[in-house]
Design a protein around this ligand. Structure first.
Ligand code: FES
Length: 571
């Protein structure tokens, strides 16, 4: 792109009062005018925060991006956006994904940027930044922070998925608080996000498979030298992208989304992939539906033997070759011509990787599990769909009919679940209502609710669980999620009752409550919409405007793009 047509020239290329102000205030930072003059201005959008421990190394990572930008002849400017720390934000980081996306979008659009590097790590920091960048559509590359090293507990390897095992062992009285403290000390050993194929790693694989990163981005551990080098190379690449005017809308075609769904199936990615990919598609204007996840997942086996669907950790995935060998092996399924940030097709940029460890990454003809991906369930308990991840579920529960034990909300669940008199056994179907986008609000990751102690005491580790909420990408079990319409919106899920029989048949894609239509209609006629929990501020706005999970749970007015043009000056 010629200097005269660069976006930043609308600021720094001006004469008169406006140009004086724009340039003079940059000089104030000790930047001589000649140092920036004529160079593409590259924003480094940073989600560093001490409240987001997974992203706490991002100030250092940004320095390596800057070196790459400078080496390639650009000028880097780092700026902060809202950071979303999964472990600490209440009521749930998901409530703020759309807010962070607005911050990202407006921060990019309002400023003199020709291209942008998104520094993403902890779960929601990836989709929020990508959503925001898509709604502006200037050249964009993603650099992930990388997973942390594998943890240790009493001589064995552990990571985030073990939290659920420790929790159930503690509730069943098998380990005590001292042992939990010991696990706590060994769990998080280094910089980086969760070290299994949870949501953060799934998001890192998602952006790599969409073509928004350099190849190999997803798996490099945060403390590995390779992460710094990737950051440097990405800084160089974004300058080329500006020169060649490669924008998200050039990369994120319908075919790229199909590729990403297939890759997600092969790695056993998080169920959160669904809600975030739908939201990104909505921003870039690609017509993606819930049914596409089932359609393009079919025939793709589980190739990555990674927790929570398998045995190994993200550190092992890196040593085994990372995502490129998976993409290369899927070449007969993928749209190989879909371009990446490099301008080259995804098949082409991944063709040079050939060594991998078959214990961690299976050959496509001898996979770890022939079933993978996301199954979309339909039926009268989820009229507009629900999802399940078969690779993380128990095969014997994939077809199951049992009596519903309904918890009206999360407090009802917490109050009842440890009660020895609760009428529940391992054949029951646990149902949790009011944890959807509007009902909670924010759709928390509570869908893999813990089992009752009296069932755990029998050595049972899984039961069918159904909710209108989400599950942590590190979680597992026969867990049906994202039931829509959510219970706060009415529909059959709002009126299912304890004692109703529930039929789940994953193979047949069915989820039904075995109650007559007349009875369901009678219950719905008596149902009253709850008053909004919050009216004020962002949360009030969110409750009014958030869409259902089967559409991506974006705010309805944020869909699409406002572009990168800003015609008015600030003075
Ligand atoms: Fe940040 Fe898991 S808590 S990635």
């Amino acid at each position: 792109m010629k200097e005269s047509t660069r976006r930043s020239q609308g600021w720094f290329g001006k004469t008169g009062k406006d140009g004086l102000i724009y340039r003079s205030w940059f000089q104030k930072q000790g930047i001589p005018t000649h140092e920036m003059a004529g160079k593409p201005i590259i924003g480094i959008c940073n989600t560093w925060s001490e409240l987001t421990p997974c992203n706490s190394h991002f100030r250092e990572l940004a320095e390596f991006v800057k070196k790459g930008v400078l080496e390639a002849g650009g000028y880097p400017v780092e700026f902060p956006v809202m950071s979303l720390g999964e472990t600490v934000m209440k009521p749930t980081a998901m409530l703020f994904r759309n807010l962070a996306s607005m911050d990202t979008e407006e921060s990019i659009r309002a400023n003199p940027l020709d291209g942008v590097v998104l520094l993403c790590g902890c779960d929601k920091t990836t989709p929020s930044l990508v959503m925001g960048a898509c709604s502006v559509d200037i050249p964009t590359i993603v650099v992930s922070g990388g997973p942390m090293l594998t943890g240790r507990y009493r001589g064995r390897q552990i990571s985030t998925s073990d939290i659920w095992r420790f929790s159930e062992d503690s509730r069943a009285g098998k380990i005590n608080q001292e042992e939990l403290f010991e696990a706590e000390r060994g769990l998080c050993r280094s910089d980086g996000h969760c070290g299994v194929m949870g949501t953060a790693s799934t998001m890192a694989c998602m952006v790599e498979s969409l073509g928004l990163t350099l190849p190999g981005n997803a798996a490099i551990p945060a403390p590995d030298t390779g992460r710094k080098i990737l950051a440097h190379l990405s800084g160089m690449e974004i300058v080329k992208m500006v020169e060649n005017d490669i924008k998200p809308s050039d990369i994120l075609t319908r075919e790229a989304f199909e590729n990403s769904i297939m890759v997600n199936a092969a790695i056993g990615g998080s169920t959160n992939f669904v809600i975030h990919l739908l939201a990104i598609a909505g921003r870039i204007g690609v017509d993606l539906t819930l049914d596409d996840f089932d359609k393009f997942s079919q025939n793709i086996p589980l190739m990555a033997n990674l927790q929570p669907s398998g045995m190994y950790f993200m550190e092992d995935f890196y040593y085994a070759g990372g995502l490129p060998p998976i993409i290369r092996q899927l070449k007969d399924h993928l749209n190989n011509e879909s371009i990446t940030v490099t301008g080259r097709g995804i098949g082409d940029v991944n063709s040079i990787f050939f060594d991998y460890n078959e214990e961690v990454i299976a050959g496509i003809d001898k996979p770890f599990n022939p079933t993978s991906g996301i199954v979309v369930l339909k039926g009268n308990l989820c009229e507009t769909g629900a999802i399940i991840k078969p690779s993380a579920a128990s095969p014997e529960l994939m077809k199951h009919t049992g009596k519903a034990i309904v918890f009206e909300d999360i407090d009802d669940y917490k109050n009842k679940i440890d009660d020895p008199d609760l009428d529940i056994d391992e054949t029951s179907v646990m149902i949790l209502k009011n944890v959807g986008p509007k009902g909670y609000p924010g759709m928390p990751e509570v869908g893999n609710m813990g089992l009752p102690p009296k069932v755990l005491a029998k050595g049972i580790t899984d039961m069918v669980r159904i909710s209108d909420g989400r599950m942590s990408g590190t979680g597992f079990g026969t867990v049906v999620l994202h039931a829509t319409p959510e219970s706060a919106e009415g529909g059959n899920f709002a009126v299912v009752q304890t004692g109703d029989m529930i039929e789940l048949d994953v193979q047949a894609r069915k989820l039904n409550v075995l109650v007559s239509d007349e009875e369901l209609d009678r219950r719905k006629a008596a149902w009253k919409r709850p008053a909004p929990l919050v009216e004020r501020g962002y949360v009030g706005l969110y409750i009014k405007h958030v869409e259902q999970a089967n559409l991506g749970a974006d705010l309805d007015f944020l869909k699409g793009s406002s572009g990168s043009e800003v015609s008015k000056d600030s003075h």
